[in-house]
Design a protein around this ligand. Structure first.
Ligand SMILES: Cc1cc2nc3c(=O)[nH]c(=O)nc-3n(C[C@H](O)[C@H](O)[C@H](O)COP(=O)(O)OP(=O)(O)OC[C@H]3O[C@@H](n4cnc5c(N)ncnc54)[C@H](O)[C@@H]3O)c2cc1C
Length: 438
């Protein structure tokens, strides 16, 4: 069976590997020259690491099993990590229960309400009931105004930028469920993991497995149209070139699917203008000394131009990064925001001024290089009633399939969800194929 997978991100490649190992003649078509999509790597000068920061949580069971399936478990490493909080020109560590109890900004009552919020959210199963409430109203009601203003609001700003006001409570519910599972319950400590070699190693292994099973991966190929053929199968147009396949799986976002799939293949209900996406500007600092001892610093100071500080080298071994330290400075904005179109130089100067303000004692001459990365469509903004706005995709052709992250309605975007979705899709696919063959 000649199978085409459109998209060479983690979803497309994990799926292509499954098909190839089951005997399909697989071809992956990826628009970018380099594989990996949002999880791709970047040349930081002397070493490669993920373009955007990625960590693995102890609860990422699909992803951890997948790393094992790739034979990379011996590259998986875990680190105890720490969380910082920057407010009123001071950095606070809130990495243990004791530090949290000593955190001067919140009264004891507010701290108790925060602990209650975690417990309360972890017990909610009916996420749909949260879709009609803004995250702000929900957190003020459950945690109280003081905890909201001093703790939750900076966190929402870090994750969503100023758009947090329009987001529903489902966001914080899925965030708490995922993030707080990273805590080792016995030690009340947070542990995060990574694969030595980064996602580059994962993609190289995927590429090797697909090639070993007879598959082909082509980068720099922009798919412009998918049409049905008379008598079965599909034609995939790549710029000026047409190719025939027995079946096609498309992993690109719904906005791309609408443009490239013929009407006879798929019904997409819902107006795409309704779904707004978040993009990210992410400055990466390569330095000879660590900027902070925290994996994440939440920032409660609106004069700082970025929305969080990610001390990546508190998780990854500096063996991976030529002995250098990596710090990511993300700023989440709407995909239409002018911020995403500013020059690298302007962004770099502004963000470095923010670093000086936050860390006046850090010797800036330790910084070796600064890299400005951008992603325009990271994830949909989960506004009120988001699940009813998500375009409903229904394929109408027996040889055409769609699987992508645009359909995630009650989860944050992460690779555990991606691999879980690939597993479910492939199990269903195999079951239906076996029924047809019987
Ligand atoms: C700043 C940031 C931080 C993150 N942190 C984490 C983290 O800590 N942990 C975690 O698990 N996840 C994290 N993620 C999420 C993770 O990167 C995504 O879950 C994952 O990359 C999604 O993979 P995908 O294959 O579904 O989509 P994508 O990576 O978007 O891949 C889709 C691919 O399809 C290709 N394509 C689209 N249209 C066409 C076309 N017409 N023709 C050919 N090719 C096409 C695109 O070029 C792209 O390569 C983070 C993401 C970002 C941006």
């Amino acid at each position: 069976m000649k199978t085409c997978v459109i998209g060479g991100g983690l979803m497309g490649l994990a799926l292509a590997r499954r098909f190839a190992r089951d005997g399909h003649t697989v071809t992956v078509l990826e628009r970018a020259e380099q594989l990996g999509g949002l999880a791709t790597w970047h040349d930081f000068g002397g070493f490669y690491w993920d373009r955007f920061y990625h960590v693995i949580l102890p609860s990422d069971r699909h992803l951890i099993a997948f790393v094992d399936e790739l034979g990379l478990t011996n590259h998986l490493e875990w680190q105890r990590t720490y969380t910082g909080f920057f407010v009123d020109d001071r950095m606070h560590s809130i990495s243990s229960n004791l530090e949290f109890l000593r955190f001067p900004l919140l009264s004891l009552m507010s701290k108790a309400r925060l602990a209650w919020t975690m417990l309360y959210c972890s017990r909610i199963d009916d996420w749909k009931s949260l879709e009609g409430v803004t995250v702000e109203d929900f957190l003020v009601r459950v945690s109280g105004r003081e905890t909201y203003d001093k703790l939750w609001k900076p966190l929402l700003l870090a994750k969503l930028g100023p758009n947090y006001k329009r987001v529903s409570a489902v966001f914080i519910w899925s965030y708490i469920k995922r993030l707080f599972s990273a805590r080792d319950k016995s030690a009340s400590a947070e542990h995060l993991g990574h694969v030595n070699g980064g996602y580059k190693l994962i993609f190289e292994k995927l590429q090797a497995d697909i090639a070993a099973a007879g598959g082909t991966i082509r980068g720099g190929v922009n798919v412009t149209a998918i049409r049905p053929q008379t008598g079965g199968g599909l034609t995939v147009s790549q710029d000026d070139f047409d190719e025939a396949f027995d079946q096609v799986v498309c992993t690109s976002p719904v906005s791309v699917l609408r443009q490239i799939a013929a009407q006879e293949l798929v019904d997409v209900h819902g107006d795409r203008e309704d779904v707004e996406y978040l993009g990210v500007v992410c400055v990466v600092i390569v330095s000879k000394a660590a900027l902070v001892p925290y994996y994440v610093v939440n920032i409660a100071d609106e004069s700082i131009p970025f929305t969080g500080m990610i001390g990546m080298s508190t998780v990854i071994n500096t063996k991976n990064t030529g002995g250098r330290y990596l710090t990511y400075l993300p700023k989440y904005v709407l995909s239409t925001d002018a911020e995403l179109r500013r020059s690298d130089r302007e962004i770099e100067q502004e963000f470095l001024a923010g670093v000086r303000k936050m860390l006046p004692n850090f010797d800036m001459s330790q910084i070796e290089s600064v890299h400005v990365n951008r992603a325009f469509k990271v994830q949909p903004l989960q506004v009120l009633g988001y699940s009813s706005l998500v375009p409903q995709v229904k394929t109408k052709h027996k040889d055409f399939y769609v699987l992508n992250t645009s359909q995630f309605v009650n989860a944050t975007l992460n690779n555990n969800e991606v691999i879980g979705a690939v597993n479910r899709f492939y199990d269903d696919y195999r079951q239906v194929s076996q029924q047809k063959a019987a």
